[in-house]
Design a protein around this ligand. Sequence first.
Ligand code: ZN
Length: 447
Amino acid sequence: MIGRLRGSNSVERFAVIGEHFYQPPRKGSHTRVKKIHTDPHGMDWNNIIIHECYIPQTQNGTLDHVSFDFYTTIRREMLALAPKEVKQLRESMKARGVGDPFLHVLLPDLNKRDKEILVKAGYLAFEEETKVSPKWFWAPETALDNETLETLVKIGYKGVLCAPEQIDIIGTSADNKPIILKLPNKANIIALPFDRPFSSSLAFSEKSNADAYTRSTIIPRIQKLPQSQPLIGWTDGETFGHHVKLADLFLDFLVKESLPNVGIAVLGLNDIQDVWEKKDYQTGKLRERTAWSCPHGNLVRWHGACPCDGGHHGSWKENFSTAISSFNQEIDKILDRELGRRWADDLAQNFSQYFYFTGSRNSKKSLMAVKASALAAMTSCGTFFESPETSGNINMLFIHQALENLKDAGFEQLSQEMKQKMLLTLSKGIDPFTKQNLAQLFSKILS
Ligand SMILES: [Zn+2]
């Protein structure tokens, strides 16, 4: 028997439990690349995770109790496998959904125009599928800078989630507090840092008994907060059912039974402003180029050696990320020259049309597909892990797709030259595990 929270006869406390659902697109759409496998062992991870995790959580109705962001590309893949569940998922998104960009790219690594393209494309996909506008935003890896925040305000977001270590406020830590950030362009946005201990425990602690977890972890933490401040926990959605088998049932019981039974209502993030009182808001400053999964600053985990991988094996990441980033910027010059500067609006408005383009000799569509593929090549997955083999093929697949579209657009020679340049930069990075240079490692997927 769990004691109710002291002094609570009905619901008196609030928690928000958030899930970040994301898997990268692992297949290309162009007819000449769509058969390429990015997994070294031929595993179809997206299919596996959809069945282990996304379908059960949707069918159980868990998603009507938590809050969540769910990437557009994985929604599209799930649509082909489980159309009924995607319909249900979209219904849950109306009340409980949080927005995200169309692709999982570290937004501070993009220029302003690219930021706007991805944020707007994700926003429009959310609206198109739910007929509702998202209010809150989950940035890939919660990586933020002020230019990203200004972009979010411009597109229509009211607030952004982040880790407490990303925010400077006077006095105490920022966990669970709504922080008003005044931006360089004089606009404001609310940053909402999740609760660090609760979020870490959601990810890593034992998930067998939801009542015991409530008693040992949630109640002590929530009792330290003012009543008007909900406890915010956020973690990867794949934790529940994929990383930890049966944890989807743990989460379902937690949000539907264990928490309500002790007087804690699981609030949707979209309703949280109804609970905060004026005194809860504080002003603060963003620590630029920080993220939830690397506390070492300047997004170093994705660009070089970092204590986040125990062996500091990440020196290859500098060459890898520089090669892709330079490629993406080169593509901009080609589009500006060939299409004028209006192409960015068109791409943001019709992103999926170009991202899923199957290829043909249509010079404009092919050029737009080049840019959509170059942005997909910027996904953060490739440099998250310590080995370039874990996910690097995904980034390289989209470089390959961009190069194929560039050929279709009539730039065969330029496509060859850009590939050689890419290989040259990659050849200066060494895989710490196989000792191959990255050009050797990725030559197969690039040709
Ligand atoms: Zn780090």
